[in-house]
Design a protein around this ligand. Sequence first.
Ligand SMILES: NC(=O)c1ccc[n+]([C@@H]2O[C@H](COP(=O)([O-])OP(=O)(O)OC[C@H]3O[C@@H](n4cnc5c(N)ncnc54)[C@H](OP(=O)(O)O)[C@@H]3O)[C@@H](O)[C@H]2O)c1
Length: 193
Amino acid sequence: MKIGIIGTGSMSQSLGGAWTRAGHDVRIGGRRDGTLRAAAAHGELVLLAVPAPAAPLVAADLAGTLAGRIVLDCTNPIEPGPEGPMLTGSVPARIAEAAPEAAVVKAFNVCHASIWTLDPPVFEGTPLTVPYCAATRPAGERVAALIASMGCTAADCGGLDRAPYLEATAALAIGVWFAGGPVRAIFPEPAQC
Ligand SMILES: NC(=O)c1ccc[n+]([C@@H]2O[C@H](COP(=O)([O-])OP(=O)(O)OC[C@H]3O[C@@H](n4cnc5c(N)ncnc54)[C@H](OP(=O)(O)O)[C@@H]3O)[C@@H](O)[C@H]2O)c1
């Protein structure tokens, strides 16, 4: 799969590395050397690995190039609050408005960037699961194939109208994690009766 990555920071490096290990053709673009558009043009799938407030602005700038492509949104729109991270407004609908001919998929926002350096991507004996919410079924299926190619399990969490739940899940988990709480123990499967 040809993948473009917008941004050169932590998520760009860790997910770019995971996708390269999985055999994908990855091109990273940064604003400092003016390579954003070339990266977007490279990918059938384009990851916006930039701060949440910047994502819709970048999408608007690149809207023509993003037309017909899948735009992956991994952003977490949060800012510090007195009791932990607070949501500042959901991002994927704003990306979709800015680049209306792209198919937006929210994914990869729940785990810390360092998790994508795990090789293989297995946690306590279980492949990592990546939840995603997709604007269209074909776009969701492509992203599910990408997730599977990494050795992870894809979890279809519905359409883009459900993406705010992924953002809220991350905000809650990050708050617990920063407070030193046992994030992993929050989501155990039901006990067998
Ligand atoms: N880090 C994590 O563990 C993690 C986990 C899940 C989700 N996320 C989300 O992933 C996104 C990226 O996080 P990160 O940790 O990779 O951030 P980061 O390391 O700070 O990198 C951000 C990148 O975005 C670029 N950028 C900033 N504003 C831009 C603009 N207006 N136009 C173009 N490029 C711009 C920066 O370019 P410059 O270098 O030129 O400033 C940099 O390359 C964020 O939305 C974050 O919420 C992060």
